[in-house]
Design a protein around this ligand. Structure first.
Ligand SMILES: [Mn+2]
Length: 358
């Protein structure tokens, strides 16, 4: 009989979502994150999971709203038959005064202490240990190996493979004798990582929170037998952060530019976009015009364009720009990167009234 686990990590309740363009939208995202947690609990029930693993950074920081805590506890109480194992991470260490210590989490929830613990369940064993500091520079897996290798042995942990926060090593995983090591910390789904007979995985965060967390997000549904671990990635995120690049060169109107942006938008109306503008701009682009009425939840523009410089036409022009270009073009080092950069900055200053230094 395979053991079935729903494995999530890095919820980061109540993240500020500061990158969004309005305060109400940030609160919408915080509510969506709560609902996604609700969905994870419902998934555990629907899949008839043997346990739900939450591998750290459940909280983003020391302040979490009462509505989030209340919602979370209410949801967890709806699955009294499913044991829930929580291992605290570097954002939410299990320290005096933390929510892990002051809340009543219910009968079915076990929060690991900083020392390695072993819990016997029906047909499998769960090990785990929590962060007890915001920094954890020694590996909690150091010297660890399971007591009963013939059993199905699982572990719940927030850890940084070859990294700095609870820096576990490949060798330690290989020597652990674990069948499945459920990890948290990396915000991108890792796929199954094999180390000897042990399979480890990071599910990533179930909701993106910024443009450093692009793409589809979700949780892992793991099915574990002795010698056979099968992972299914279950997408759950309500919105996807996307980044697109749009070349503005030769576009002489906002209509053309908006058309190019619409064409590049490859997601749904629910998504959140970063639009990177590149190329040579024919005119000074006001971002608000491009952002107006875009079919998405939120968007922001990163303008990496340069003002277009038509040297041969400009140096004949009787204007400040013309004089500037003429003067520069008379230099023997006109084609050097330095003078070309000066030309770009000068043109930006005169046409876009602002200069972006690289
Ligand atoms: Mn995290």
């Amino acid at each position: 009989m395979a053991v079935k686990i729903i494995h999530c990590a890095d919820l980061h309740f109540d993240s500020p979502f500061a990158g969004l363009d309005s305060v109400p939208k940030a609160e919408i995202r915080r509510e969506e994150l709560r609902r996604t947690f609700g969905q994870i609990v419902e998934l555990a029930e629907k899949e008839r999971a043997d346990a739900l693993f939450i591998c750290g950074d459940l909280f983003d920081g020391e302040r979490v709203s009462a509505k989030t805590l209340g919602y979370m506890r209410e949801k967890l109480s709806m699955i009294p038959q499913i044991p829930v194992f929580i291992s605290a991470g570097n954002h939410d260490p299990n320290i005096a005064g933390s929510y892990y210590r002051i809340l009543d989490w219910g009968e079915n929830v076990h929060i690991f202490s900083s020392q390695m613990e072993k819990i016997e369940c029906d047909g499998f064993t769960v090990y785990g240990a929590s962060f007890e500091h915001f920094e954890q520079t020694e590996s909690k897996l150091s010297g660890f190996s399971v007591d009963e290798p013939e059993k199905i042995n699982l572990m719940v942990m927030h850890a940084d493979l070859d990294g700095t926060y609870n820096p576990i090593s490949r060798k330690e995983i290989e020597n652990s004798g674990l069948d499945y090591l459920a990890l948290g910390h990396v915000h991108q789904y890792s796929g199954p990582l094999s180390f000897g007979k042990t399979v480890a995985a990071y599910p990533g965060c179930p909701e993106g929170r910024g443009f450093d967390e692009l793409g589809e997000k979700g949780v892992i549904c793991a099915s574990i037998e002795k010698g056979n671990v099968n992972l299914r990635f279950m997408p759950l995120s309500r919105r996807i952060y996307r980044e697109i690049t749009v070349d503005v060169s030769d576009a002489t109107s906002y209509e053309t530019l908006c058309g190019r942006i619409l064409l590049a938008m490859d997601g749904t109306n629910d998504d959140i976009y970063k639009i990177v503008l590149t190329g040579e701009a024919e005119f000074s682009i006001e971002q608000a015009v491009l952002l107006e009425n875009l079919p998405c939840f939120a968007a922001k523009i990163k303008d990496k364009t340069k003002a277009k410089v038509d040297v041969s036409a400009l140096k004949e022009e009787y204007s400040l720009k013309g004089l500037f270009v003429k003067k520069l073009s008379e230099r023997s080092d006109f084609d050097s990167p330095l003078v070309r950069a000066a030309l770009g900055f000068g043109m930006d200053a005169m046409s876009k009234e602002k200069v972006k230094l690289p």
